[in-house]
Design a protein around this ligand. Structure first.
Ligand code: HEC
Ligand code: HEC
Length: 321
């Protein structure tokens, strides 16, 4: 804090205390001109105002809290830059910028100084690390049969993934269902692990400008017809004629990237499973504006060993039991 703000804080704090104290003392005086407990002389509808002082217990308590505030300010100062009698500070006062703060944190970590939360992570890694390591050396196909491993995987899932994919992993608008056999990037253990480690960024370009309003309507009809929906045949035919521009990612038959061994994550359009909704409006919106779902990368957040267990858990969800 600069000395200006330090003085500002000190003056405001002390002035505030002073005023409160003055108010209290002032209220203890008898200004009514009549004895305590006597009537002040007015009466409203039979209700009389008596000259009653503040209760004694209340006044004593007020003085006590006041005394406490004086002690507290001296011990743990809220008084600007003054360190107080115990030399206590709420933060590293020398640090005035974000860069300095980050640097101080890095230095502290390099010296093995940690805040409680970091220390708990380190301790947990020490304790549970070997367990994860043990699982990491096992094949996913084996882990899928290991109830204990799946239980741990499920907990990791609940902590890290459920906020997006849902606690039952059935997904939601824009978040894929992980329990079905419909995959954007592939459902083999290798593909799932790749998804988890490095994340995925989908890029469905917007087509509103290229197709125009009528074009979007026709393409929507064609897309919906792919999954057997009843549509305007003329529109659908017109859409089909232009589907070549979609085939690079969705495949000529619209069965999606995975079916054609492509890396784009373009969904299968023929299965009536929708990431962004299968109503005419939803598909039109997808085509007009494009979509860009992002699956975060977990390699640096959870580490490979935990991702391995999570892969087993996710893989198990879509396997027939
Ligand atoms: C911030 C939200 C978010 C979180 C958290 C998240 N995901 Fe995802 N995940 C997504 C989105 C969005 C996609 C779809 C990406 C796309 O549209 O291509 C996705 C895709 C996936 C896929 C690919 C599905 C397929 O069909 O190929 C898997 C597997 C997956 N997530 C598993 C997980 C697991 C396991 C976790 C926890 C470690 C997790 N996700 C955490 C948002 C999230
Ligand atoms: C560059 C590759 C690419 C091209 C070209 C492309 N798409 Fe897509 N499309 C994607 C991806 C990737 C997604 C998934 C977006 C996401 O997960 O956020 C997607 C999603 C969709 C969806 C949403 C499906 C659902 O389940 O909600 C529809 C519909 C769709 N595309 C139709 C088309 C049509 C029609 C065309 C041609 C006009 C087309 N796409 C061209 C990559 C592409």
């Amino acid at each position: 804090m600069t000395s200006f703000w330090s003085i500002w804080v000190i003056v405001l704090t002390l002035a505030c205390l002073f005023i409160i104290f003055g108010l209290l003392v002032w209220n203890l005086k008898n200004y009514a001109g009549v004895e305590e407990g006597e009537s002040c002389g007015h009466e409203f509808d039979g209700i009389e105002e008596l000259n009653n002082p503040l209760p004694k217990w209340w006044t004593y308590m007020f003085f006590a809290t006041f005394a406490w505030s004086v002690y507290y300010l001296a011990a743990y100062p809220g008084l600007g830059n003054w360190e107080g009698v115990f030399k206590w500070t709420s933060s590293n006062q020398g640090i005035t910028s974000l860069e300095e703060s980050k640097k101080a944190t890095e230095d502290a970590l390099a010296n093995g100084q940690r805040v409680q939360l970091d220390q708990e992570f380190v301790d947990a890694d020490k304790r549970f690390g070997p367990i994860f390591e043990g699982y990491a050396s096992q094949d996913i196909e084996m882990l899928v049969k290991d109830d204990k491993a799946l239980e741990i995987g499920q907990r990791l899932y609940a902590q890290n993934c459920s906020q997006c994919h849902g606690s039952d992993a059935r997904g939601g608008h824009g978040f894929p269902d992980l329990t079905d056999k419909d995959w954007l990037y592939g459902g083999t253990p290798d593909k799932i692990k790749e998804t988890l480690l490095y994340g995925r960024v989908a890029a469905m370009p917007p087509w509103g400008a290229a197709l125009g309003e009528q074009g979007v309507k026709e393409m929507t009809a064609h897309v919906l017809s792919l999954s057997g929906r009843t549509v305007n045949q003329k529109d659908a035919k017109a859409g089909e004629a232009k589907f070549a521009m979609c085939a690079a990612c969705h495949g000529v038959d619209g069965k999606g990237s995975v079916a054609h061994n492509l890396p784009f994550g373009a969904p299968n359009l023929t299965d009536n499973i929708w990431l962004y909704g299968g109503s005419q409006r939803a598909v039109e919106e997808t085509l007009n504006n494009g979509r860009a779902g992002v699956m975060p990368a977990w390699k640096d957040i959870l580490g490979e060993d935990k991702v391995h267990l999570l892969t087993a858990y996710v893989y198990s969800l879509s396997q027939d039991k």
